[in-house]
Design a protein around this ligand. Structure first.
Ligand code: URA
Length: 433
């Protein structure tokens, strides 16, 4: 359908009444928005109607397809076993830094464009940029050459990847229409589809530090994204994992790089290692390269995954040898247990916000992040702690944000007498068949 044949108000009325859009009309509406013939206010009204009325799987898949096709689509044809992973975002989530070289060491190709964080701490690219010399902008041909030669390349997301999503997201942000399952699912998946990988694993986080607060909400989002990917011919897997407490023991950009490297050297922490093994097993199986858990563990413990990390960082101009001595801010403030018992709560959202106000995250797009600040956790939920034992260390730069961070954490570290069970991986193997 030509954009000029469309009356945008009809699309709004259709959705307001709860009807399903014809795929061609939906495409013309979104294309019209991109070309400027459908104004912001009409798209905003339609977005609000979508929030209330929802979209069918067919409509969601079509919206995703149109957004994915609105800019560059990476052509990874010819590269072996292309895989990608998406996390819906959490505190201390550095899994991509471990997973990417682990997957490459297992024979897959990880050619990934990663967004910058707009949350409490930076995104994968912000974390990588705390390594001196690391280049997160590569020319297209260098990106593909590195994918071929090293098996792993991660850059910042090109503004030409799914530009329709960028525009729609900004409008959603300004009109209170972010929280809609089909809009979230299509937004995330448009970038994944444009990223070109043939097998994709989604790590959908559940809990206080995540977008989705309950397993039921997370499962619904996972199922919607899996359906979109399958519709577009990709092999999909989704995992639900807990974000009730931060992942691992480090929150903050350089701190998280150090922890990811420790994990690649076989030195844990256990929860990070476990999640990486689960995600790797899922996506490798989906891409036709099944590996047992002990084979994956051997790639970590035998040094192949770490060796691939070194090759990857060097290929992008970084100094892997510098990782052990990354510059951290000098300030330290220790928060101690007020009583003895079992740590029952270590609220991911509070820790994330506290790391954010210390400078680890950005409030607005384009703000700088401070790579050297963050929070180190000395205990995790379920651990026994003694009175006055350190629970957290805040790593701060000359006191910046320290009072606010203390205030955010106040009352969020509960110690009780009861044993506490803390499942990490809540569900695996969601693949929509
Ligand atoms: N992340 C995205 O990329 N899009 C959304 O709509 C929400 C989270």
């Amino acid at each position: 359908m030509a954009v000029s044949d469309l009356r945008p108000v009809d699309v709004i009325l259709e959705k307001r009444g709860g009807a399903e859009h014809d795929p061609e009309r939906l495409e013309a509406f979104i294309r019209g928005y991109l070309e400027g013939s459908v104004p912001d206010y009409q798209v905003a009204a339609w977005l609000m109607a979508v929030c209330w009325r929802g979209m069918s799987d067919r409509e969601t898949a079509q919206l995703t397809r149109v957004m994915a096709a609105s800019g560059d689509v990476l052509d990874l044809e010819g590269l072996p076993h292309t895989v990608d992973k998406h996390s819906t975002g959490g505190v201390g989530d550095k899994t991509s830094l471990v997973l990417a070289p682990l997957l490459a060491a297992a024979g897959a190709t990880v050619a990934k464009m990663s967004g910058r964080g707009l949350g409490h701490t930076g995104g994968t690219v912000d974390k990588l940029e705390s390594i001196p010399g690391f280049r997160s902008h590569l020319r297209h041909e260098d990106f593909l050459r590195q994918a071929r030669e090293v098996g792993v390349v991660v850059t910042g997301q090109s503004k030409d990847l799914a530009p329709a999503d960028g525009l729609l997201y900004a409008l959603r942000d300004a009109t209170g229409t972010v929280e809609s399952l089909p809009l979230i699912a299509s937004s995330i998946m448009s970038k994944k589809l444009a990223g070109g990988a043939s097998a994709i694993v989604l790590d959908v986080k559940v809990g206080s530090g995540a977008f989705m607060k309950t397993p039921a909400e997370a499962r619904a989002l996972a199922e919607a994204m899996v359906a979109i990917g399958r519709h577009a011919g990709r092999t999909m897997r989704a995992v639900l994992s807990s974000m009730a407490q931060p992942l691992g023991r480090a929150v903050g950009n350089a701190l998280e790089v150090q922890e990811a490297v420790a994990c690649l050297r076989g030195e844990g922490p256990d929860d990070l290692r476990e999640l990486c093994l689960v995600l790797a097993g899922e996506v490798l199986e989906a891409s036709g390269l099944p590996r047992t858990r002990s084979e994956l563990e051997a790639l970590i413990d035998g040094g192949q995954a770490y060796e691939r990390f070194e090759r990857w960082i060097s290929a992008q101009g970084g100094d892997p040898g510098a990782v052990d001595g990354l510059a951290l801010a000098e300030g330290r403030e220790v928060i101690r247990a007020k009583r003895s018992g079992v740590l029952a709560e270590l609220d991911a959202l509070a820790v994330g916000r506290a790391a954010g106000v210390l400078g680890a995250g950005r409030a607005r797009k384009g703000d700088p992040v401070d790579p050297g600040v963050g929070i180190v956790l000395h205990a995790k939920v379920g651990d026994e702690v003694a009175r006055d034992e350190p629970l957290l260390t805040l790593v701060h730069r000359a006191g910046r944000g320290l009072d606010a961070a203390r205030g955010l954490l106040d009352g969020t570290l509960a110690v009780t007498d009861e044993a506490v069970a803390v499942p990490l991986v809540l569900e695996t193997g969601l693949h929509g068949a």
